[in-house]
Every structure is written in structure tokens, then in C-alpha cells.
Design a protein around this ligand. Structure first.
Ligand code: HEM
Length: 465
């Protein structure tokens, strides 16, 4: 059906554009065909279009022209381009600003980026695992029950993320309020909402939720500033030091708001993709008893003698990390978007100025030269590949696109692995779980990230102890 929709290409409408401009896709349903196809299955549609019309083409989604590129040349150019050539911030401000507010997309100061990686994550990893254990203890009371696994993963990841970003003093009630506001902010996060020029009631609710979230994070920052001498090192402390000036207690309203937006932005960036990766990985494990047994043996070996869960221990669980990587490879990637301020050449094509250019990470994951039988779930494939501490192909290879490629590769990668791996470890260790309902499908995204589940995911659980 998607293949039949593609009718070929036509010349760009603007006669003045370069002769090397990418061709414009023509569909058999003019004006709506591309939009509908992207709603149905963006990855497959993009793949079919590249096969039919080449490595670069322009398509129009509900009137908005988007250039899609693929191939080694495009990967190399995306990876090495500077922000003034391929601009991430402007792209996301223009594409998602209506839904999420343009101010959410800002360059992140270097000290704050550093707080998301390496040593800081290692230092906080044991606390993250304890947060997971405490959360599950409170959530799954009694000897057994049945639970909405999507909600569980979402709330668990939100709690772990908030504690990582804001520190341990955040109260349960506060986190519950943040969770309910994020639920509104992240709802209806759809292609339709992105591209249609209408203001729906859902959009208005989202704006209200966003303003309340900013107010909540402003209050948390002010609370932290009031007891700054006792404030531990971490993301919140670094935001205060980097963004509130020499005397944080005298910060201006706009400094305070920018700092709150920066906190909200990182929680937003961290939450949904990590929560969906956790749910996805959990489902893939529960559907494969042999894998589940392998992970149980691995856990028992690594955590023998009551060794606490931390990043060091998790990195000694290759089977677990490979399983997570394979779930994310199969359902993750989406499209990275950039904006051109001036014409930008990729191989034989010249992308005009003021274009949105996208490159699909999901298509990288389907390359049989890197991932033989790419449609199969085969976590052991990473054992035969060159991988890093997380059992993932190294970022420099640009073959594993879950974290993006180039200068804006996800800075929260270590936090994400720590959250997903420790949450899975705690959950699988504590309970015997069986799936009672699984999502009907996972819908790929037209932006970067992990596919979104469609349909319920429920599990029956029974305490092991
Ligand atoms: C499985 C979970 C995650 C996935 C799949 C993911 C994926 C990505 C991708 C693909 C990008 C690059 C987007 C682009 O180039 O257009 C990105 C950027 C980013 N991610 Fe993540 N991410 C995850 C978790 C996290 C976490 C846990 C954090 C923070 C603790 C985080 C913070 C960020 C930030 C701040 C950026 C923007 C970086 C920049 O502008 O240079 N992410 N993420």
C-alpha cells in the first residue's frame, strides 16, 4: 500500500532553486499522501521513497516541506557539520516549539553536559538503583498483583530522573505532581499535533502544564538556593552555579526561569525515551523465557555476596546490556532534524537555505551489512561486534543510531543505560512477572527516539521472597 502511493518525483516549485536541489516526491494522493504515509509507518515509507527516488528527496507533510537524506555521504556530513551549517536548536524550536515551547530548546552549557556523563553517573549509579528498589517497594505492595507496566515504567523512570537531576531532597508528593504534569505535556505527542496549524484543547492543556512545571522547578531551585551551603554536587548545583550569576540568591526572574526551563528540558529529554526503552526491554525479556533465565544467572553471578547494584556491576552484565541494545535497535532511532541557514551540500545534492533536513537512524539499524537478519531480535549479535562498555557499537562507528550521531549525540546515554539496566535488574530480581497484555504495536517516531507503544502492556507479578 505504501509503495503504491509513491508516484515519482517532480522539480522543486521554486524555479530559482539550485539545479542540484533534491527532487520533490509526488504521491498518488496529492497534499495528504505523504502525511498519511508518515502517520502509518514513517520508517518503511522513508525506506521505500529512498529506494524509489534516491538518497535525498523533499516531501511535504501537511504543507511543510522536509528534506530526507540517507547514505554514507549524508551520515558523514551530519556527523561533522557545525551548528551554523546544520542547526539542531532552530530545527526543534520550529518543529516542536508549538507543542513544547521554543524556550525548551536551548544550547546546554558545557558544565551541565558534563554532569550527565562519566564520573557523575558512576557516582550516582548506586543511588539510582536504590531509588528504583524504593519505588518498586512502595508501588508493588503485598505478595502479588497485576499492574499497568507502561505506567509503572513511566513513573519509575520519572522518579529516577528527577532524583538524578534535582537530588534526593525532592519529596514524593512533588515527584507525583511533576509526573502528572509530564503526562499532560507528553500526551498526544503526535504527527498531527506537530504539523496541523490548529490550537486544540489538548494544546492549551499542555501550555498550562508547561507553565506549572516551570513554576515547580523554580520553587525547587529557590529551595536549593536557600540552603546552598549544604547542597550536594550534581546537576541542580551545576545549573545554579552556571545560570544564576555570582550570587544565586539575587538572581533575576529571567535567570530563574531559564534555569527552571533547563531543568525541565533535561527531565523531558530523559523521561519518555528512557521509560519506553525500559518497557520495551522488559517486554522483550518476558516474552523469551530462555533469555530471562540467562539474565537471572548473570545477575546471581555478578551480585553474589550482596554486591550492590551500581554502574560497575551493570557493566559486568553483558547479556542484560545486549538485550537492552537489541530492543532499542529494533524500535529506536527515528529521525534527527536540522535546519539550514544557508545552502548545504550533501554529495550531489544542494539542500536549499531554510530547509528542515532529516536523517533516519532507524534505517541505519536495518542495514544487513552491520546487522545480519535485521528484522530478528538477536541480542547475542553484539557479542560478535566491536562494542563499548555498554555492549553497544561505539558511537564513532555511526552504525547504532539510538543516541544520534555527530556533535549532538545524546549526552544522557550513560544515565539512560544506568536507569534502564538497574530498573530491570531490580524488577526482575524482586518479582516473577508474566505478560497479560502486550502493546499491539510500537509506532516509530518522525523525531529522534524510541517508538511509542500502542495498546496496553500489563503484567502479573508475584514477589520472589
Ligand atoms: C533511551 C533513552 C534515550 C534516548 C533513546 C535518547 C536519544 C537521544 C538522541 C537521539 C539525541 C540526539 C537528537 C538529535 O541529534 O537530533 C538526544 C539528545 C539529548 N538527550 Fe537523549 N536520549 C535518551 C535519554 C536521555 C537521558 C536519560 C538524558 C538526560 C539525563 C538525555 C538528555 C539529552 C539531551 C540534553 C540531549 C540534547 C543534546 C544536545 O543538544 O547536544 N537523554 N537524545
Amino acid at each position: 500500500m505504501l509503495r503504491a502511493l509513491i508516484a515519482g518525483t517532480k522539480k522543486p516549485a521554486n524555479g530559482a532553486s539550485s539545479p542540484d536541489a533534491p527532487p520533490v516526491l509526488k504521491t498518488r494522493l496529492p497534499a495528504v499522501g505523504e502525511g498519511l504515509a508518515m502517520l502509518v509507518d514513517p520508517v518503511r515509507f522513508q525506506k521505500l521513497c529512498h529506494e524509489a527516488v534516491g538518497d535525498a528527496f523533499t516531501l511535504s507533510i501537511f504543507g511543510l516541506p522536509l528534506v530526507l537524506v540517507q547514505g554514507p555521504e549524508a551520515i558523514a556530513r551530519f556527523s561533522s557539520a557545525d551548528d551554523d551549517e546544520l542547526d539542531l536548536i532552530t530545527a526543534y524550536q520550529k518543529l516542536l516549539g508549538k507543542l513544547l515551547g521554543e524556550e525548551l530548546f536551548q544550547p546546554i552549557p558545557r558544565p551541565m553536559l558534563r554532569e550527565l556523563s562519566g564520573q557523575s553517573v558512576r557516582k550516582r549509579s548506586a543511588a539510582l538503583a536504590r531509588d528504583a528498589a524504593n519505588f518498586l517497594e512502595a508501588k508493588m505492595r503485598g505478595p502479588q498483583g497485576e499492574i499497568d507496566a507502561l505506567r509503572l515504567c513511566s513513573e519509575l523512570v520519572l522518579e529516577m530522573t528527577c532524583r538524578f537531576v534535582c537530588g534526593d531532597t525532592l519529596s514524593r508528593e512533588r515527584i507525583a505532581e511533576i509526573a502528572s504534569l509530564f503526562e499532560v505535556l507528553e500526551s498526544d505527542y503526535s504527527v498531527v499535533g506537530l504539523f496541523l496549524p490548529i490550537e486544540t484543547p489538548a494544546l492549551r492543556r499542555r501550555v498550562q502544564a508547561r507553565e506549572r512545571l516551570i513554576a515547580v522547578f523554580e520553587e525547587e531551585i529557590q529551595r536549593a538556593v536557600a540552603s546552598i551551603d549544604g547542597l550536594e554536587d550534581g546537576y541542580l548545583r551545576t545549573v545554579i552555579d552556571s545560570m544564576l550569576g555570582p550570587d544565586p540568591s539575587r538572581a533575576s526572574r529571567s535567570q530563574l526561569r531559564s534555569a527552571a526551563v533547563a531543568i525541565m528540558g533535561v527531565v523531558f529529554g530523559a523521561h519518555t525515551n528512557t521509560a519506553n526503552s525500559l518497557a520495551l526491554s522488559l517486554l522483550d525479556v518476558l516474552e523469551r523465557p530462555a533469555l530471562e533465565a540467562e539474565l537471572r544467572d548473570e545477575r546471581a553471578r555478578v551480585l553474589a555476596g550482596d554486591r550492590p547494584i551500581d554502574l560497575g556491576a551493570l557493566c559486568q552484565m553483558p547479556a542484560l546490556l545486549r538485550a537492552i541494545n537489541e530492543s532499542m535497535r529494533m524500535k529506536g532511532g527515528g529521525v534527527l532534524w536540522r535546519y539550514t541557514h544557508s545552502p548545504f551540500r550533501i554529495g550531489a545534492y544542494e539542500i536549499p537555505a531554510k530547509s528542515f533536513v532529516g536523517i533516519s537512524m532507524s534505517l541505519l539499524h536495518q542495514d544487513p551489512a552491520v546487522y545480519p537478519r535485521p528484522e530478528r531480535y538477536e541480542p547475542e549479535r553484539y557479542a560478535a561486534m566491536n562494542t563499548d562498555d555498554f555492549q553497544s557499537p561505539p558511537l564513532k562507528d555511526k552504525t547504532y543510531g539510538v543516541w544520534g550521531i555527530g556533535k549532538h549525540v545524546c549526552p544522557g546515554r550513560g544515565v539512560a543505560y544506568t536507569i534502564i539496566a538497574s530498573a530491570l535488574t531490580v524488577l526482575l530480581d524482586r518479582c516473577a512477572l508474566s505478560v497479560t497484555a502486550a502493546p499491539k504495536r510500537w509506532h516509530p517516531l518522525v523525531t529522534a527516539g524510541i517508538a511509542r507503544p500502542i495498546g496496553a502492556f500489563r503484567v502479573r507479578w508475584a514477589r520472589r521472597d
